[in-house]
Design a protein. Structure first.
Length: 336
């Protein structure tokens, strides 16, 4: 069984363990149904759980090979935390929106709030119960604390830039941190008692992969491949190509762009006309085209890919190098 199959099985098992725990603790039927709403959708996505693959590699650096159940138990708190953020993010996005997000619409605000809190608490409790050695537990808790700080800080920065340009340096900082990759690698390394130097290299690889995925996502947003851009701007900063064009533009262009983004983010979508919306969006598209910033974003993407290849070459185990190279290959666009 390869790393990807092991990761899929471990993630599925982590979801089952979470539901079993909620049942054993006698949570209400409403809580169980709300949990299934997110967990089943996540399970049906078919995506390779990258974080679990990286955890497995980090664990095996020591020469110890965890079972799928070992991986599931270790992934349980991470999965619970990030599933909790799904409820909380939809709740926060719905507070100032004219129409609530789908999850809040289906479950209601109070249930979404409760589910976020329940899963955050279960993540913490499971970490404390994961190991009998107090020193190991302390390391696990410090890793989790760092994750929570990174996620909360990144979310605050990102939300504070709704209707504004998110600087490129902040983009890099946020998307190296706003990912489960780091904690998956750290916990795998802690439980496997793996070489710290290789774990640090693997952590850099995980952060880079997070960046490459986000860059491609934001390019797709610019093209409308992730849904209409006009529906995303009221709730988040403009995509990366807009930032890159902004940094090259003249003072006059910067002012026009900032004003357009601010106006659009504050528009009432219920009354704004198609012509007004199109005018604002066209300004963003024109500035991106003028400075060819989609191509710039792809160059940055290729640079990170090349840097990551060099990091992978430093991993001692050839099987680990192979699986990391395969993961990285899935991030590469045929742009040459």
């Amino acid at each position: 069984m390869d790393f990807r199959d092991r990761a899929k099985q471990a993630k599925t098992l982590a979801g089952k363990l979470a539901r079993e725990r909620l049942c054993n603790l006698n949570y209400s039927l409403d809580v169980l149904q709300a949990f299934d709403h997110v967990n089943n959708a996540d399970s049906d996505s078919g995506a390779i759980p990258l974080g679990v693959v990286l955890m497995d590699v980090a664990w095996q650096i020591s020469g110890n090979i965890p079972s799928e159940k070992d991986l599931a138990v270790a992934f349980f708190p991470i999965n619970s935390f990030f599933q909790g953020t799904v409820y909380q993010d939809d709740l926060l996005d719905s507070l100032s929106a004219e129409k609530p997000r789908t999850l809040v619409k289906n479950l209601g605000m109070s249930t979404s709030l409760i589910m976020g809190n329940v899963l955050y608490c279960e993540a913490l409790v499971s970490l404390i119960n994961m190991h009998k050695n107090d020193k190991i537990i302390d390391k696990l808790l410090k890793s989790a604390e760092r994750l929570v700080r990174y996620v909360m800080d990144s979310e605050i920065v990102r939300r504070n830039h709704t209707g504004k340009i998110l600087p490129f340096e902040e983009f890099l900082r946020i998307w190296r941190r706003l990912t489960p990759n780091r904690i998956c690698i750290e916990i795998g390394g802690i439980l496997g008692n793996s070489d710290e130097k290789e774990i640090q290299i693997l952590t850099e690889i995980g952060a880079n992969i997070s960046l490459t995925r986000r860059i491609l996502k934001e390019i797709n947003e610019m093209y409308g491949l992730k849904g209409p851009l006009k529906e995303k701007l009221p709730n988040k900063p403009p995509p990366l190509p807009v930032t890159l064009a902004f940094e090259l533009s003249t003072s006059l262009e910067k002012n026009k762009l900032e004003e357009a983004i601010k106006r659009y983010s504050s528009m009432d979508s219920a009354i704004v006309t198609h012509d007004v919306a199109t005018k604002e969006i066209e300004l963003l598209i024109d500035i991106v085209a003028k400075y060819n910033s989609i191509n710039t974003a792809l160059k940055i993407h290729r640079g990170i890919i090349n840097e990551t290849r060099e990091l992978i070459a430093q991993i001692s185990n050839s099987e680990h190098r192979d699986v990391l190279t395969q993961i990285l290959g899935s991030e590469v666009l045929n742009t040459s």
